[in-house]
Design a protein around this ligand. Sequence first.
Ligand SMILES: Cc1ncc(COP(=O)(O)O)c(C=O)c1O
Length: 407
Amino acid sequence: MKMMTQRRLYYLDNNATTRVAPEVVEAMIPFLRDHWGNPSSVYAFGRQAARDVESARERVGALINAEPRDILFTSCGTESNNAALHSALVAHPEKRHVVTTAVEHSANIKFCASLEKQGFEITLLPVEPDGGLDLHLLEKSIRPDTAIVSVMWANNETGVLFPIEEIAAICRSKAVAFHTDAVQTPGKLKIDVKDLGVDFLSLSAHKLHAPKGIGLLYVKRRTKYQPYVMGGGQEQGRRGGTENVASMVGFGRAAEMAMAGWSDENTRVRALRDRMEKAILAKIPDSVRNGDPTSRLPNTSNIAFDFVEAESILLLLDQAGICASSGSACTTGSLDPSHVLVAMGLTPARARGSIRFSLGIYNTDAEVDYLLEQLPPIIAKLRAVSPLSPQHAAAHHGKAAQHTQPA
Ligand SMILES: Cc1ncc(COP(=O)(O)O)c(C=O)c1O
């Protein structure tokens, strides 16, 4: 048998997904191996599984300061986002307008595009050059027939944060339901659904060192809810489908760990990210940070490297064992520039040369040092052969090199 040699992995793409924590794996194994009963069964073996699901619900509820019964487990963040919008529209059939932003995850953008095809009206709010929102414009865009406003808390590509509490207050004053996609926030920001004042909030376990295929939707008490996935009476009749017990237990364990360690870990991750970003911007000419440097997640840095294509950078980083990304992992393979960066007003060329580095609790100083050693020669090598680069143009046209912004 051919032996695979294992390369060292430098994983700097924690907004795409996170490593499942060993403690989470440990918590899940008994549910895959021994306690595999169906929580809906009447016998004790099934009833025990139902109790384990409820204790997982309590743990994820504690993470966001929600009552367990206000949480429904879903299969992922995408489903949670779709379900919130779907519910608001079905619960209020006379309202056919949705307000959201141009920089949401494709889980919202694509769902809204499909709603538009069905005859609903969608307002996609623009963003400022630093990725921020004009709240006055948001307020003005709410109409009597608006069923729901859906605005993400933290942008997955730039880490930029929107003022969710203020937006929730605007929506309350207009008696419109408010949903936030908080998928990128757990473990990085303190989440308190009561302080935030949201009606719906989405999370996904795989961004929090728990497995893929499990998420949650918080639905504020007394909010009308119409199921998106229909079938059995699971989740108090709000989401059909036999429960993914092991993953729910894993999500619960990860939530508990995040609560115990999130603030210390974030102080460390933020310092690591700031050191990485400062050094990249200092070492590499014509590199620019994208997005508001202050109001953003502690772990994310999005940097444009002029005159090069992000895909080429990623390939060479991959050869060095480093994982990073351009845009969202969900749009990888698309040659279009990131819709988030374009909405912020970046030129398509600059957007195409942008890379997202997203750190996590398992990253070390040594890993950042390795990136800082590998990245500058990669960019220099690509610029030397890039037709976009002034050095290249000068060499080919016999002119002096000039540093200009790409078109
Ligand atoms: C902001 C945001 N929303 C939604 C999603 C979708 O979550 P899931 O992968 O669990 O469907 C992601 C995943 O990248 C995300 O970053």
